[in-house]
Write a protein that binds this ligand. Structure first.
Ligand SMILES: [Zn+2]
Length: 348
């Protein structure tokens, strides 16, 4: 079968090649891959900055955002031929740590977890893959290939869960949310905020292209200026850029008892001036919380599947800016100005 593979840490090593059929040890459920989404992590792997091949091998099958159709599933697995499924990315570490032991691998303590398409386990950008039922999440059949948005949605489902759990240490009735960054993660974070009945404000730099319209179509508000000029004291901020100045901007303008959830990964190496004393004072006197959030466990995928099932299909379709066949994978990796989510179509 064909697969998009890469030699991790080697820039320019990606290629579509013939690889063996998926190994039986990956699980009894055989899935035909329909499509795979491309994200920043894939670009980092392709540029040689990130990624690990499976033990004893040089190459890794890429792809961690997927949608596929079940071809074979054992009786009693909860899955049947024809079901649309998404494979979970992370697998618990083998020790396992206390979190992985209870299925909270997104909180793995020892870093020995594996991740499909990223760390020591082949990904989903192959014509077929195998998986165990507990790592395959069913999506609403009416979503079709839009189910490829499930993995990024699981990341924001976890971010919202974190905001609610931490906010819930006192009476918490959030009304106003800020989302920084209108990429796929930011737009999906806004969707989940609107679904919760919040007034949602999305901040990004671009003034043209699909992002302002996608935000408006949700019934949320799009801004390009500073946070404090548009919103007073939001209850929740979901930070999706990793831009240091925005992170501190979000912390500075948070409402009392509010929660900032950081989901963006900063590149580091850039310093900014921050009045640490003033920030400390505001956070203490207003019981504010800032929390980092990464990855997702099965519960978050299930929450995400519910959120996507409820979402307007044409709005979700608007997130997918380009669909590129597997043989043209290079075109999928070249960023174009109006791109939101680019998808590689694996099935012909
Ligand atoms: Zn662990």
């Amino acid at each position: 079968m064909r697969a998009l593979t890469v030699e991790p840490k080697q820039q320019g090593s990606a290629t579509v090649e013939e690889v063996p059929e998926p190994p039986a040890e990956d699980g009894p459920v055989l899935v035909e891959t329909l499509a795979v989404g491309v994200c920043g992590t894939d670009l980092e792997i392709l540029s040689g900055q990130y990624g690990w091949a499976p033990p004893g091998r040089d190459r890794l099958v890429l792809g961690h955002e997927s949608i596929g159709r079940v071809q074979e599933a054992p009786a009693g697995s909860g899955l049947a031929e024809g079901d649309l499924v998404v494979g979970i990315v992370r697998r618990p570490d083998p020790v396992p740590c206390p979190n992985c032991a209870v299925g909270e691998w997104d909180f793995c303590r020892n870093g020995k977890y594996t991740e499909r398409g990223i760390k020591e386990h082949d990904g989903y950008c192959s014509e077929r893959y195998r998986i165990t039922p507990e790592y395959a999440v069913k999506v609403d059949p009416s979503l079709g290939s839009l189910g490829v948005l499930l993995e990024p949605t699981s990341v924001v489902a976890k971010a919202w869960e974190q905001a609610e759990r931490i906010g819930g240490r006192a009476r918490f009735e959030p009304k106003v949310a800020v989302v920084t960054g209108a990429g796929p993660i930011g737009l999906l974070a806004a969707l989940l905020g609107v679904q919760r009945g919040l007034e949602v404000h999305v901040f990004d730099q671009v003034t043209s292209g699909p992002k302002p319209e996608l935000v408006a179509a949700l019934g949320a508000h799009y801004h390009t200026g500073p946070i404090e000029e548009a919103v007073k004291e939001p209850d929740v901020v979901v930070e999706c850029t990793g831009v240091g100045s925005l992170v501190f901007d979000a912390m500075e303008h948070l409402g009392p008892g509010g929660v900032v959830v950081l989901t963006g990964v900063s590149s580091g190496g850039r310093s900014i001036d921050v009045d640490a004393g003033l920030l400390n004072r505001a956070m203490v006197l207003e019981n504010e919380a800032v929390v980092g959030s990464v990855n997702a466990n099965r519960r978050h995928y299930e929450q995400a599947a519910e959120a996507l099932a409820k979402a307007d299909r044409s709005w979700l379709e608007g997130l997918v800016s380009r669909r590129v066949p597997l043989e043209d994978w290079q075109a999928a990796l070249e960023r174009q100005p109006d791109d939101v989510k680019v998808v590689i179509e694996v099935a012909k």
